[in-house]
Design a protein around this ligand. Structure first.
Ligand SMILES: Cc1ncc(C[n+]2csc(CCOP(=O)(O)OP(=O)(O)O)c2C)c(N)n1
Ligand SMILES: [Mg+2]
Length: 282
């Protein structure tokens, strides 16, 4: 979210599956996000900027897309910057090295933001890479990378402003490694207690970014109990309303899964679609 708030409308977001907050900031509605995660592609016809990319599920494949988008922006002499969000695990993929290499060679307007939450499902960072930092991977591609405290929203926003501005001025790519920690399970299908100690996780809760921001604002006398309660009930109302709108959306016919895949559907899929249509009409 700290990164998305530093973007302009004309910039292009290439998010990973973990970046709900960035999408909300870009104007995507909660019910659209729910629709997508409910398996309905209509969620991707979102209220966000039409040039933004949808959630990227294949790890790291958004990196070469970001380099390609940045190449197109430069080629067309457009103002925007491609902002690519990805995880620590994704930085081990060939996609990332290729994307950074291409971006460096062509001095492309792209910012890679690595959400280093120390885990790629059950793989800890030390088994992910022998590099001392992820930021230094940018050096080999010929551009600047820096680490930032990813639990400090002010610092993240500042680093993102600086990097995006740098890319916008035509000075080439940047990489930001935001250091944080995945406090929860990887997904609802994961049980992180099987591979890490509860006390290690407990320690990390002290750095939880929302609590930190709250403590800072309270210390500045800019926030208090009344504001907290007001915000909390406002969010609850928004969520409840979005869930209701999502649940009220009529589901699509199963055969629509074959839409938008091919101009001319191969025979094997055409037969499957007909079978489904037959079931629906039976
Ligand atoms: C190409 C590919 N391989 C494997 C997976 C399965 N998978 C989903 S998330 C994940 C871990 C990614 O870790 P990281 O890049 O650190 O992102 P995080 O989920 O921690 O934000 C894996 C291996 C996938 N989605 N895509
Ligand atoms: Mg990770």
């Amino acid at each position: 979210m700290g990164v998305a708030s530093a973007m302009r409308q004309e910039d292009v977001l290439l998010p990973s599956y973990r970046d709900n907050g960035a999408l909300l900031w870009r104007g995507v509605k909660m019910e659209e996000i729910l629709l997508y995660w409910g398996g309905d592609e209509r969620g991707n016809l979102s209220s966000g900027p039409p040039h933004d990319f949808p959630f990227c599920i294949p790890v790291g494949s958004q990196a070469p897309h970001a380099a390609g988008v940045a190449y197109a922006l430069k080629f067309r002499k457009q103002q925007g910057v491609a902002v690519c969000l990805l995880g620590d695990g994704a930085t081990s993929k060939g996609d990332m090295y290729e994307a950074m290499n291409f971006a460096g060679v062509h001095r492309l307007p792209v910012v890679f933001v690595v959400n280093n939450n120390q885990w790629a499902i059950s793989v800890p960072l030390k088994l992910q890479t022998a590099a001392q930092t992820l930021a230094q991977k940018a050096i080999a591609a010929g551009f600047y990378g820096e680490q930032v405290d990813g639990n400090d929203i002010v610092a993240v926003r500042e680093a993102a402003n600086e990097a995006i501005d740098h890319a916008r001025r035509g000075c080439g790519p940047r990489l930001i490694e935001a250091l944080t920690y995945r406090l929860g399970d990887h997904t609802t299908a994961d049980d992180a207690a099987r591979y890490r100690l509860p006390q290690d996780v407990q320690m990390r809760w002290k750095e939880e970014p929302i609590a930190r921001l709250r403590a800072y604002l309270v210390s500045q006398k800019a926030w208090g109990k009344a504001e907290e309660e007001e915000l909390s009930s406002h969010c609850q109302r928004e969520i409840d309303a979005a869930v209701e709108r999502y649940l009220a959306t009529s589901s699509r016919a199963p055969e629509t899964m074959f839409e938008h895949l091919y101009k001319d559907l191969p025979a094997v899929y055409a037969a499957q679609r007909e079978e489904l249509e037959g079931l629906a009409n039976a």
